[in-house]
Ligand binder design. Structure first.
Ligand code: MOS
Length: 751
């Protein structure tokens, strides 16, 4: 492998952890061998509202191997500020830590049994008899819309007001000659990563070590330190591999805290691994969104007004606005836009971030409404989007740092063969025997996020390098792309660079959420590697014995473990030679990297994409098959062409699940979850997924971050459900505005 910088950063290399993963060599949090380990099993409520009146734990306590049984009646009390009320930010959830007997949702933790084996703990937990004072739960979002309240703000770190309104949007909408006003809904969904959540906690005096399946080792550290009143340094969180997170492992949840609380009491390491069912309601879900969407246009298709009012469920004790209006505020050029966000309290677990939170459900409404408006105008839907292409961000009123969306539309349309749609746009106009064929498209967008991060880089006298950053790889390829950024920046081949992550003793990094890891930690890794290389160059030019002595550092280039003069490559020497001669065993630099506040003010920073699909709907059964997928994306620079491509494909597959299958069902009568398992909560399997053709549009962006990356983890799902719903309309003439698009919704008869 050639090691010149541009060739390694971006190269479609195999994952550095790939072999270990497929040969079973990877150890996930719940698989770490910790001596003296005991097992915690959480007891979950069987009601959704009320309180625990009593728990008969005698049989459980006497059961073989049981060390302790905790209930709301004997759990050690936490200091008030660190118990449920800790939720200061949307990521810091209020948690059920057995501090009070209240029950707010089905499957809420109401007890923990710790025993010497998992089986004994599970059995003992089954012996506990619980009595409740039961209340009638709040179960249905739509039935309680009149009780909706404003959360005040939406968004994670980039807080926005819950409402936005400029230039009388309602009047603009209602005076528009062409308009669409409809209600769109997306259901509660659960993340279902392959690896269920798990934590092993162990104490050594007042030092706590935790192996956790998490998207944020430092967030976990912070919350645990807060819970026990410890300094951050006294809590160590380790997470080398994650089997998927999709947002569910972003916040810290009750089981992590409970494992640490139990371990403190029994004075032995405690593991709590959630079952699939326990993840439902307890590790966040995508909220049910009820979206009233209106868009008005003049006869030429120019949008004159948009009104988007979103209400989603939150729990009875915490608030989570699903920020479904954020894309509406920035995607199309229009100076009269109103958006509102409201919450309704239900007896369900607190919702949370799920892949493209906000954009995924929000663009279902926006991009279906755009399709409906195109129909109203008898206009090509791509044309309508180009007609309303935003050159500046309508909300922030600043230009985009770069925007390759026009090229995304054009290249995806061309590859897909959108001309076939244009030749036959009428519903039910294309068929293949019993299969009705339809084509649909939608726009994708996701903000480019970046947070402060840090990394350290070290060049050793043997010519190898070690690069460290806390961070975590939730399966996205962080191990690999950070090694690529390191090798590329250091001018070393991949096999001379070791990159390490997943431990809170390493340099501090942000949560892997909001598609920000490449931009944040990638920039920190690049900065550290660049700085240590400069240090090496400075050493060489100052060294009278070096062939580079007195050279201008700017004229020195680094490649393949060698520094040389740009104009005369024969003049140079290896990194090892420089350090060995100087008797320096290693050169090390630690760097911080933070977003540029001025650039953030001057530019709106987003990734963009265009999703095109062909669906086939069976005329008799309503079965929907996705036949073809083409997506083109402007995600800035790619750090690894292969893992970036995989991220998009994963996002599209996730979107197919969202469009056709996924729905967490709470019983209307008692708010008990009906399908907390993978037998009844359906996700796509290989047979549901067509070939996915991913096109990357090359954009240069000098403003977002030094690497020029926009983030790729979430944009792949955005627009997928709308593209499918639009294609299904084209195929059948039935407009489905409520996800998922199950066959029953198509059997109402064609328009
Ligand atoms: Mo992502 S849902 O912000 O982890």
């Amino acid at each position: 492998m050639d090691s010149r910088n541009p060739d390694i950063i971006g190269a479609p290399l195999d994952r550095t952890d790939g072999r270990l993963k497929v040969t079973g060599g990877v150890r996930y949090a719940s698989e770490i061998n910790v001596p003296n380990l005991v097992y915690g099993v959480i007891v979950n409520s069987t009601i959704s509202a009320g309180s625990v009146a009593g728990m008969d734990t005698k049989a459980a306590e006497g059961s073989p191997g049981v060390l302790v049984v905790f209930t709301p009646f004997n759990m050690p009390k936490l200091p008030k500020q660190s118990s449920m009320g800790a939720g200061a930010t949307p990521a810091a959830k209020k948690l059920a830590l057995l501090q009070e007997p209240d029950v707010n949702y089905f499957l809420q933790p109401i007890g923990v049994v710790v025993a010497d084996t998992l089986e004994r703990a599970t059995h003992a937990a089954s012996l506990i008899k619980v009595t409740y004072d039961e209340k009638k739960p709040l179960t249905d979002l739509v039935a309680h819309l009149h009780e909706a309240f404003s959360p005040g703000q939406i968004g994670g770190s980039d807080k926005k007001p819950a409402d936005s309104s400029e230039n009388a949007p309602t009047a603009a909408l209602h005076s528009a000659p062409r308009r669409v006003e409809q209600i769109y809904q997306t259901p509660i969904e659960n993340h279902n990563p392959l690896e269920p959540h798990a934590t092993i906690a162990s104490w050594d005096g007042d030092r706590l070590t935790v192996f956790d399946a998490t998207q944020g080792i430092f967030t976990t550290r912070q919350r645990l330190a807060g819970l026990f009143g410890l300094h951050d340094e006294n809590v160590r969180v380790i997470c080398h591999y994650v089997g998927g997170g999709f947002g569910s492992k972003g916040p810290v949840w009750a089981h992590t805290m409970l494992a640490a609380m139990c371990a403190k009491e029994v004075k032995r390491p405690v593991k709590i691994a959630l079952t699939r069912a326990q993840m439902f309601n307890n590790t966040g879900s995508r909220a049910h969104t009820h979206q009233s969407f209106g868009v008005g246009a003049d006869d030429s298709g120019k949008i004159t007004g948009i009104v988007h009012d979103v209400t989603n469920n939150t729990s009875t004790f915490d608030e989570f606005p699903e920020q479904a209006t954020v894309a509406t505020r920035m995607l199309y050029a229009c100076d009269s836009i109103q958006t509102t966000q409201r919450l309704v309290r239900l007896n369900l677990g607190t919702p949370s971030y799920m892949r493209a939170p906000g954009e995924a459900p929000g663009t279902f409404a926006l991009e279906c409404a755009m399709d409906e408006l195109a129909r109203e105008l008898k206009m090509d839907p791509v044309e309508l989007r180009l007609k309303n292409y935003a050159e500046t961000d309508p909300e922030k009123k600043v230009p985009f740092s770069s925007k390759g969306l026009r090229e995304c539309y054009q290249r995806a349309a061309e590859k897909f063969g959108w001309d076939k749609y244009k030749a036959s746009p009428d519903p039910r106009s294309i068929r293949d025997g019993k299969w009705l064929v339809g084509y649909g498209m939608a726009t994708a967008t996701y903000p480019t996020n970046r947070s402060q991060s840090s990394a350290s880089a070290c060049i050793n006298a043997d010519g190898t390098a070690l690069v460290l950053a806390g961070t975590q790889d939730l399966g996205t390829g962080t191990w690999t792309v950070m090694a690529q950024v390191s090798a590329g920046t250091l001018g070393l081949p991949m096999n001379k660079v070791r990159f390490e992550l997943g431990d809170s003793v390493l340099p501090k990094t942000p949560v892997s959420g909001g598609s920000q890891t490449a931009a944040s930690t990638g920039s920190a890794v690049q900065a550290a590697c660049g700085a240590v290389l400069q240090k090496l160059i400075a050493m060489a030019v100052a060294d009278a014995s070096s062939p580079l002595h007195n050279a201008d550092p700017k004229d020195v280039t680094a490649a393949n473990g060698r520094l040389s003069l740009a104009g005369d490559p024969s003049k140079g020497e290896s990194y090892a030679a420089i350090l060995t001669r100087a008797g320096v065993p290693r050169l090390e630099v630690k760097s911080e990297s933070a977003p540029d506040k001025e650039e953030k003010k001057k530019f709106s920073m987003h990734a963009f994409g265009a999703q095109f699909c062909e669906v086939r709907v069976h005329e008799d059964s309503g079965e929907i098959r996705i036949a073809r997928w083409v997506g083109a994306f402007d995600i800035g620079k790619r750090l690894n062409e292969k893992t970036a491509n995989s991220q998009i494909k994963g996002g599209v597959v996730f979107g197919i699940g969202m469009a056709l299958m996924e729905k967490t069902v709470a019983d209307d009568r008692d708010a008990r979850l009906v399908n907390p398992n993978l037998a009844e909560y359906h996700i796509p399997v290989n047979a549901d997924v067509p070939e996915i053709d991913v096109i990357f549009v090359d954009t240069e962006d000098a403003h977002i971050n030094p690497l020029g990356v926009k983030g790729v983890g979430e944009i792949g799902i955005v627009g997928v459900p709308a593209a499918i719903a639009n294609a299904v309309y084209h195929a059948t003439g039935v407009r489905v505005r409520e996800l998922p698009l199950t066959p029953d919704k198509l059997l109402v008869g064609a328009a």
